[in-house]
Structure formats: structure tokens, C-alpha cells
Design a protein around this ligand. Structure first.
Ligand code: APR
Ligand code: ZN
Length: 370
């Protein structure tokens, strides 16, 4: 077998925080040992890409982490994938060998965990360059490029029948929301919950709760446009419509606080509100949002004295390789909805429009077609 060569292709490169991405010709190096090179087919824009693009300091960089594609070539030692396999990328990998991968309680792989420095896990270098100068990765995925290189532990093989232009949403947002409802909170039938933030992540929590038979799903958002898509939400609350704090309204309409509350905004102030909105005794608050500012959480300790729990999560507790193929099957069997989250489809060169739509609160997911 011939060794794969360097590829030159188009990528949407971020040169500066908050500035429009620029289409560039980039060199994509061959996959190194245990890596695969992927021809990206579709990538959807997630709020976390925007948060990182606005607030981080590593540039030039190729963002994008919610994606589907086709394996173009494989590096040495890769046995799981062959050219032509269909895959989803994942921003936390699964090595299947570390303490966390072996534990049934965690998806925090210690080898392929969240990559924050813009380089590959194995050698702390980049696989992208422009005229020989490095272009940094994002979450070791970087799907805003026609081709990308990922660790083979950060990709999940999926059925050839599954539509790549839809299932890319399971690479992050929709899966994270469903997993928070099912794995992290383990919502039981007849229970009540409140979801703060009705973007894709929050609405996916609502969908997961509905499928578990929750009796009351309260959705809170400051953007009235977000009340159009129900996904099982039974009561909509806009905090701007009330004089009193929203947690008081929630307590009143849920008979003293909900069984569960979910923070799906990325605002630590709302974590406090979410804790105050769930009930004493067994109330559980789950965080999904990724804050841009003020990472500290405030709470009076009486919340915990009265029996409440605050629980964190990343990617809804899913172990990507072990669990994502089953979620794809659920979609194929029409047991979960994905299409309803896709409000826009755009060609690759229009990716900046997707950023604008999301910043202005005018979309759920924009799927970018490469
Ligand atoms: N109160 C209520 N709702 C708010 C507030 C607020 N103070 N601020 C923002 N929102 C709403 C927005 O109007 C939007 O509908 O929160 C929603 C967030 O949705 P998106 O921006 O579409 O984000 P999404 O992709 O769903 O991600 C949500 O999870 O993965 C993380 O980084 C991601 O922190 C983000 C969160
Ligand atoms: Zn691991």
C-alpha cells in the first residue's frame, strides 16, 4: 500500500478572535501512527465553536468539531478503520484502555480527553500548515476543512446507510442533550424538569425527557423565537416577562421546584438559578453549558443541606465509540429526532453566515456542506 501524501485543500481559517473566517489553501499532513485522515462531508456549527473563537488566544486556527465524514487514509497501526468508512468525529475520544474508559461511570478518557492547546494528542504538533507555518486544531477535530486528521480514538464508525448530512448533529449537541437527560440525570417517568436555554442542546434535553415520559418540561429562554419548536416543552417562560425572579415562577408552577434542572446556556449565573429552581430533598441540577466568562459558580450551601445535587457532564456522559453507533441506530429507527434541529443548510464558503445566524439567535443548527 502506498503511503498517503500531504493534501492541499480548502479550509476556513480563523486568524483572530471574533473576526470572520477566511478561506485558505492549507496543507494537511498524512495521518501519523494511530491517526486517520477524513474527508469532511458535513459539519454543523455549535455554540462552543463560537465561544472558543470569541474568547481564546490560539491562532491561526481551524474550528469545527460537530462533523461527519469519510475516511480517506489511515496511519500506521490503525486496524479499526479502512478507506471509505463513514465516521463521526468526537471531541472527547475513547482509548478503551485507561481507568476512565474501563470504568462504567465515566467518559473522561485520560488519553484522548478534551484537547485545549490546539495540537494533536500524540505529539503536541499540528497536522495543518499554510506555507509551512502551523495552523492550530480545535478539540483535536477541526472540521472546518475539506480534510482533517484525527486520532483514531476520536472518530466513530457509523452505518453506511446513515445520512451524514443529518447525523453530524450526534457528534456533539443533540447527543449531549439526550445523554444529559438519560445518562446523567436518568430522568424517570412522570417527573418534572426545567431547561434553561432552548438552543439545540436544551431542546435535545427536552426531547430526551419527553421520551422518558416526563410530565412537565419547563423551557426558559430570553429569545421568544425559541418558543416555536416544542420538542416536548410543556411550559415556556421568558424571564423578561416577569417582575419576580424566574426561579420563583418555576417553583410555583411545579409545586415547590422541579425534580431536575438543566443549564444549557453557558452562563454560571444561570447555574445558581437552576439550583434554586429544583426541589429540596432530591432536586438535581445538571450543567451542560460552557461559560465564556466568570467560570466560578455561586450557591448558598443551604441548597446542599436541603438535599440538592449539582452534577457536571461533558458529552452527556456518552462513551463515544461504545455508545454513538446505537444512537445512530435509534435515529434510523425513528426513535429520536434530529432533522427538526436543522434550521439551515449552507455551502462551505458561506460558513460566516452560520456564525452570524447563531450569534443573532436565528438558528438551531446550521449544517455546512463541504
Ligand atoms: N436566560 C435564558 N436563556 C438564555 C440566556 C439567559 N440569560 N442567555 C442565552 N439564552 C438562550 C439563547 O437565547 C439560546 O436560545 O440560550 C440558548 C443557547 O442556545 P445556543 O446558543 O443555540 O447554544 P447550544 O448550541 O444549544 O449550546 C448551549 O451548551 O455545549 C454548550 O457551549 C455550549 O454553552 C453552550 C450551551
Ligand atoms: Zn481512555
Amino acid at each position: 500500500v502506498d503511503k498517503p501524501n500531504c493534501i492541499t485543500c480548502k479550509a476556513m481559517v480563523a486568524w483572530e478572535a471574533g473576526k470572520d473566517l477566511v478561506m485558505e489553501e492549507v496543507e494537511v499532513s498524512p495521518p501519523q501512527p494511530h491517526e486517520i485522515r477524513i474527508k469532511v462531508v458535513c459539519t454543523s456549527l455549535c455554540r462552543t465553536d463560537i465561544t472558543a473563537w470569541e474568547s481564546q488566544a490560539i491562532f491561526p486556527r481551524i474550528f469545527g468539531h460537530e462533523a461527519s465524514g469519510i475516511v480517506e487514509s489511515v496511519g500506521e497501526g490503525v486496524t479499526e478503520f479502512v478507506e471509505g468508512d463513514h465516521v463521526l468525529t468526537v471531541f472527547i475520544g475513547e482509548c478503551k484502555m485507561c481507568k476512565h474508559c474501563e470504568s462504567g461511570k465515566s467518559n473522561m478518557c485520560q488519553v484522548l480527553g478534551l484537547e485545549r492547546r490546539g495540537v494533536m494528542h500524540s505529539d503536541q504538533r499540528t497536522r495543518f500548515s499554510i506555507e509551512g507555518k502551523p495552523v492550530y486544531h480545535y478539540c483535536a477535530v477541526s472540521s472546518f476543512s475539506e480534510y482533517t486528521v484525527v486520532h483514531s480514538g476520536c472518530a466513530v464508525k457509523v452505518s453506511l446507510q446513515a445520512p451524514l448530512e443529518k447525523i453530524c448533529l450526534l457528534s456533539c449537541g443533540v447527543a449531549a442533550g439526550l445523554g444529559a437527560a438519560w445518562n446523567v440525570a436518568d430522568i424517570s417517568k412522570g417527573s418534572t424538569l426545567v431547561v434553561f436555554g432552548l438552543g439545540t442542546v436544551g431542546l435535545a434535553v427536552a426531547q430526551g425527557a419527553k421520551l422518558r415520559g416526563a410530565s412537565q418540561i419547563i423551557g426558559v429562554d430570553i429569545n421568544p423565537e425559541k418558543y416555536k419548536k416544542a420538542f416536548g416543552v410543556t411550559d415556556f417562560l421568558n424571564p423578561n416577562d416577569y417582575e419576580e425572579p424566574i426561579q420563583q415562577v418555576i417553583k410555583r408552577i411545579s409545586g415547590g421546584g422541579t425534580d431536575y434542572s438543566f443549564e444549557c446556556i453557558g452562563n454560571t449565573g444561570m447555574v445558581t438559578t437552576a439550583l434554586q429552581s429544583c426541589c429540596d430533598g432530591w432536586g438535581l441540577t445538571v450543567t451542560l453549558g460552557v461559560p465564556k466568562v466568570k467560570p466560578e459558580i455561586e450557591s448558598h450551601y443551604s441548597a446542599f443541606l436541603s438535599g440538592k445535587t449539582l452534577k457536571g457532564s461533558l458529552f452527556g456522559g456518552w462513551k463515544p465509540k461504545s455508545d454513538l453507533p446505537e444512537l445512530v441506530n435509534k435515529y434510523m429507527n425513528q426513535e429520536i429526532q434530529i432533522d427538526e434541529f436543522i434550521t439551515h443548510n449552507l455551502p462551505f464558503e458561506d460558513i460566516n453566515k452560520a456564525f452570524t445566524l447563531m450569534k443573532e439567535g436565528k438558528c438551531l443548527r446550521c449544517v455546512i456542506h463541504m
